[in-house]
Design a protein around this ligand. Structure first.
Ligand code: 5AD
Ligand code: SF4
Length: 472
């Protein structure tokens, strides 16, 4: 049994990161454990977690399990959880209630993984109040799932395997991708920024970059398999390579990935701190690097940015923003903003609105600050009421939506490239896809266009999406 430990999770040593190429193995028993059984997986949180679930799915598939999207059909239920805010917790515990009910009628195996599994308080609660959960696995323990599940079948006690170590890089985990056309590619794991509100450096360990050769090989294999788009994934992709012994950074990687000639290259998430001019030059130089950047602001107030440990000022952020707009033609920029950080005054909040007014973002994810146990911000004195915070969020959202719609309006009657990736969930006889600038478009099109990048004339525009038709 390995339970999570906050003190360990906070540590950063000079230990060398190990690149492991043969860690993932199955014995004969494990290859058959899932025979005639089905698994259901529910994923919460960011793209990193979505991609982890693609790894988990492949491992379960190797063990003989078949996938089901219906909870009630499953023999094995996996929750891949997120710890970023309190409401993510609430959703998970809601689903656990439903699963417990199901377990009265049927023999099921239940696994609890992801970022919440890295939290001491959560695992404590699971050990005390959720004894019926069969196994708990952390973000560093996915590779070991075959052993964990095998043990859970044989030993009847709750299996808990959560390492709070800094983490290695495992290169041979299999992946079963949700899409046939666009793929997530991890370029790095973990984060060393330690913004004072954020749980990620604790749940995901220290920053570890993958070696370029493995990333390029993965992209080349994706091209061979007909993929049109890759999104390079990391908590802080601009810092890519800083932990490697070789002289190689994000600008180098972006250029090498662009040179593979994959049709579309994207990357998330950028931190304004490490965004250098070389990167901007490379993005504007290569047509297959998409003109879309997610650039979290978090707050427009210098006082709050300092308390958040963000390492930039409002002025520096605006400077970078203007440079991106100037150097990358047609670039669209989205952001993340937190309101109600401890000690945020009306004046501070106005600074945030001011940045939104200046940047006129294409879109923004907005959140009320949620204290995460173990992070410095959770211990900060906070005398701002929830009412005020909710009010600020609402005001901010109104402004953000206004600019989002204004930006979208500019697309009306324009012809833009769209990668059609799936059937539209909203409209019959429509496919959906994204523009190069990451705008969601519903397109009236036959299914033969699935997986194709087509020119689309935009016929109507809303705040969150657009409609269009294919033109030749
Ligand atoms: N409270 C509220 N929002 C948070 N985020 C991260 N941690 C917290 C927190 N404790 C937001 C940030 C980040 C996004 C992924 O989630 O805006 O960029
Ligand atoms: Fe992703 Fe962070 Fe949520 Fe973990 S806590 S799933 S890294 S957003």
């Amino acid at each position: 049994m390995h339970i999570p430990n906050l003190v360990e999770a906070r540590k950063r040593t000079n230990n060398k990161v190990l690149i492991k190429t043969d860690d993932y193995k199955l014995n004969d028993n494990q290859k058959n454990l899932g025979k005639n059984k089905k698994y259901f997986i529910k994923t919460y949180g960011c793209q990193m977690n979505e991609h982890d679930s693609e790894n988990i799915s492949a491992i379960l598939s190797d063990m003989g399990y078949a996938k089901t999207d219906i909870l009630e059909e499953a023999d094995l239920i996996i929750l891949n959880t997120c710890a970023i805010r309190e409401n993510a917790h609430n959703k998970v515990f809601g689903l656990l209630g439903r699963i417990k009910h199901l377990s009265y009628t049927k023999n099921i195996m239940v696994g609890f993984g992801g970022c919440m599994a890295q939290e001491e308080v959560i695992v404590d609660e699971i050990m005390k109040k959720y004894k019926w959960i069969d196994f708990v696995f952390g973000t560093h323990n996915i590779v070991n799932l075959p052993n964990i599940i095998e043990k859970a079948y044989t030993n009847k006690k709750q299996e808990i395997e959560v390492f709070s170590c800094e983490g290695d890089v495992i290169e041979n985990i299999p992946v079963k991708r949700d899409s046939k056309y666009k793929a997530w590619v991890n370029i790095m794991y973990g984060c060393d920024k330690f913004c004072t509100y954020c749980i990620v450096p604790y749940t995901r360990g220290k920053q570890r970059s993958r070696l370029p050769k493995y990333i390029i090989k993965e992209v080349e294999d994706l091209i061979k398999n007909g993929y049109q788009e890759v999104t390079l994934l990391g908590q802080n992709v601009n810092a890519y390579g800083k932990d490697l012994d070789i002289d190689y950074n994000m600008a180098n990687l972006l250029e090498d990935v662009a040179k593979t000639k994959i049709n579309r290259v994207r990357f998330v998430t950028s931190h304004p701190w490490d965004f250098d001019d070389n990167m901007i030059d490379i993005i504007s130089k290569y047509d297959n690097i998409m003109p879309y950047i997610h650039l979290p602001l978090q707050s427009g107030s210098n006082k709050i940015l300092k308390l958040m440990g963000r390492r930039y000022t409002k002025e520096k952020y605006l400077n970078l923003f203007d440079k991106l707009k100037e150097k990358i033609p047609n670039v669209s920029i989205t952001t993340d903003i937190i309101v109600g950080f401890p000690n945020e005054t009306e004046e501070d909040f106005k600074d945030t609105l001011d940045v939104v007014d200046k940047c006129k973002y294409d879109g923004a994810f907005t959140f009320i600050f949620s204290p995460r146990i173990g992070t410095p911000a959770s211990k900060m004195q906070d005398d701002v009421s929830l009412d005020i915070k909710e009010n600020r969020l609402q005001k901010l959202n109104e402004l953000v939506n206004k600019y989002s719609k204004e930006n979208n309006d500019k697309y009306l009657n324009k012809i833009v490239p769209v990668l059609l990736e799936d059937y539209s969930s909203k409209k019959k006889d429509y496919l959906k896809g994204y523009t190069d600038t990451m705008k969601l478009v519903n397109v009236k099109a036959d299914s033969k266009y699935l997986g194709k990048i087509v020119n689309v004339k935009i016929t109507s525009v809303k705040t969150w999406s657009m409609d269009g038709e294919i033109v030749n």
